[in-house]
Design a protein around this ligand. Structure first.
Ligand SMILES: [Zn+2]
Ligand SMILES: [Zn+2]
Length: 316
């Protein structure tokens, strides 16, 4: 199973500012003493050795994760990252109207659907786009953001691919030999986590969820759902201190992600839905503190902790 991140931010897109890029350049040049700057290979080697917060960025697009498994393409959420994924898909069979994709929507807050009107494959006749959500009126909700030309120039009906809106059944769906289940998370208006099982591997996509009641009884449905996942993509939007002041906003922290992963034998915890006001330095700091916390609560086994970064590919 291949996982690719096209959008990792929460709430709204957060492009890197010129000020932050200049800061990265200053840090990189300041650390380049001894590097042969006349030799492009030495420069490349030096750049590759830099931590991500200097060399690049986590990315600014909102939620969109692509899964390729057993010859099928599954997409989780249609945040602004979906636009670039769509452009990539157009270079493949979707450009000829011969593509098929399965799009799973966690919920319809803007940051999870705002990329759909810019999803070019959905405009090409012949492409098949299956859109899944446990919400009964998912088609209506998608149509609302393209209701009239005051909102967006093209209506949902103007997108001439073969679009099928599917109410996700409680007992899950099967796409070939891939199984997808869902679970309601605590979030204003509700958000659904998805668990994908294919070829003996399990991925859980659990964004926009808050875990207010940490009693065993309250956590049990989540523990069962996350159990033994090879990768858990987890809403870790806030730092611990910010989560206290934003209780009830429907988001979680990396520390809760570690606790739940340790309890359930998750192999890789992927921190996701980054707060748009957190820059790359802050996200690097969160990663460091999360690793420190894990070393305190570690029991047995080995949990790998990763930061979701736009453009990154992970194989499980
Ligand atoms: Zn969100
Ligand atoms: Zn939300």
């Amino acid at each position: 199973m291949q996982i690719k991140f096209w959008g990792v931010r929460g709430s709204l897109p957060a492009p890197v500012s010129s000020e932050r890029i200049a800061e990265k350049l200053i840090r990189a040049l300041n650390g380049a003493k001894g590097v042969d700057l006349d030799d492009v290979f030495s420069i490349q080697e030096y750049v590759d050795s830099l931590p991500f917060e200097i060399r690049g960025t986590c990315g600014g697009n909102t939620s969109c994760v692509e899964i390729l498994a057993n010859g099928h393409r599954l997409i989780f959420d249609a945040g602004s990252g979906l636009r670039e994924l769509g452009l990539q898909m157009m270079k493949e069979e979707f450009g000829q109207g011969q593509g098929e994709a399965h799009l799973f929507i966690s919920h319809t807050h803007w940051d999870h659907i705002q990329g759909f009107p810019y999803f070019v494959p959905a405009y090409i006749p012949g492409n098949k786009i299956h859109i899944y959500s446990p919400k009964l009126d998912i088609q209506q909700k998608f149509a609302t953001q393209q209701m009239d030309q005051d909102m967006f120039p093209m209506r949902l009906d103007d997108m001439s691919s073969d679009k099928e809106f599917i109410t996700m059944p409680e007992d899950g769906v099967e796409i070939g030999d891939i199984r997808v289940d869902c679970l309601l998370l605590h979030h204003p208006g509700g958000s659904w986590a998805y668990r994908v099982r294919a070829g003996g591997k399990t991925l859980v996509y659990a964004t926009d969820g808050e875990y207010q009641d940490l009693s065993q009884e309250a956590l049990q449905p989540y523990l069962d759902f996350f159990a033994d996942a090879d990768a858990l993509i987890f809403d870790s939007m806030y730092t611990f201190s910010e989560s206290v002041s934003k209780e009830g906003w429907g988001h979680s922290t990396s520390l809760v992600g570690v606790d739940l992963s340790v309890k359930t034998g998750v192999k890789r915890l992927i921190l996701f839905h980054h707060e748009p006001t957190y820059d790359d330095n802050k996200l690097a700091e969160i990663m460091q503190k999360t690793s420190q916390y894990y070393s305190l609560v570690r029991e047995f086994g080995q949990l790998e902790i990763l930061l979701a970064m736009e453009g990154e590919v992970i194989e499980i």
